[in-house]
Design a protein around this ligand. Structure first.
Ligand SMILES: Nc1ncnc2c1ncn2[C@@H]1O[C@H](COP(=O)(O)OS(=O)(=O)O)[C@@H](OP(=O)(O)O)[C@H]1O
Ligand SMILES: Nc1ncnc2c1ncn2[C@@H]1O[C@H](COP(=O)(O)OP(=O)(O)O)[C@@H](O)[C@H]1O
Length: 194
């Protein structure tokens, strides 16, 4: 196994989006991904997609969510160890479990960047892309995050964006600016040219 310094030289990191269903995790992960890939491989581990493959059969109890989040964290860590930008987009509602994944990454020298994608419940209910909030509010979906199940927001995320207040491009730029400031991304293309 190679030492952490050579991993860091290849530039792998974990970019972890967390937030309620419909807050914009997938949208933002897709928006930032092209900018991450200039000099490294990029993979997106999307909650919905993971649940059709890696976590097929898991439900939404605390135990099942924790298994799901730990699996996503494990795969993200392997990808980052190999030099990729591993982008994750799962609700990941429990602080302790997210922090466990963070610690496992940081123990190996892998940067872990947590992005809280905030949105007011009323915005999500109005959006209701999948019709799940209507069902949850009608009592038809028990354990629905933010309605009938907990969501523990990060206390000190590296980046917090609000999809109520900001356009996708502005939120994406906030994430990319943080990555640049950390030295995880090259300069903007126009800055490089000048
Ligand atoms: N009870 C309940 N609570 C929350 N979400 C539910 C639930 N049932 C189904 N869904 C759909 O599953 C998606 C969330 O899966 P995740 O893997 O991201 O959740 S978790 O991190 O394990 O908590 C989530 O997708 P996103 O909207 O992409 O977040 C929902 O579409
Ligand atoms: N500022 C914004 N940031 C992110 N998504 C937004 C924003 N404004 C509207 N949306 C819309 O909200 C929805 C978010 O859905 P999605 O990205 O699948 O959320 P999640 O992955 O968190 O469940 C999309 O339909 C997206 O177009």
């Amino acid at each position: 196994m190679s030492p952490p310094s050579s991993r860091a030289a290849r530039g792998g990191f974990v970019l972890w989006f967390t937030g309620l269903s419909g807050a914009g995790k997938s949208t933002l992960s897709r928006a930032v991904a092209p900018a991450l890939g200039a000099d490294r491989h990029v993979e997106i581990l999307d909650g919905d997609e993971v649940r059709t493959h890696l976590s097929r059969g898991l439900g939404f109890s605390r135990e099942d969510r924790d298994v799901n989040v730990r699996r996503i964290g494990f795969v993200a860590r392997l990808l980052a160890r190999a030099g990729a930008a591993a982008v994750t987009a799962a609700i990941s509602p429990y602080r302790e479990t997210r922090d466990e994944v963070r610690q496992a990454c940081e123990a190996e020298g892998i940067p872990f960047v947590e992005v809280h994608v905030q949105a007011r419940l009323e915005t999500l209910v109005a959006r209701d892309v999948k019709g799940l909030y209507a069902r949850a509010l009608a009592g038809e979906l028990p354990h629905f995050t933010g309605v009938s199940d907990p969501y523990e927001p990060p206390l000190t995320p590296e980046v917090a964006v609000s999809s109520d207040a900001d356009e996708v491009a502005r939120s994406a730029e906030a994430v990319l600016a943080h990555l640049r400031a950390r030295g995880l991304l090259g300069p903007r293309p126009e800055a490089r040219a000048s």
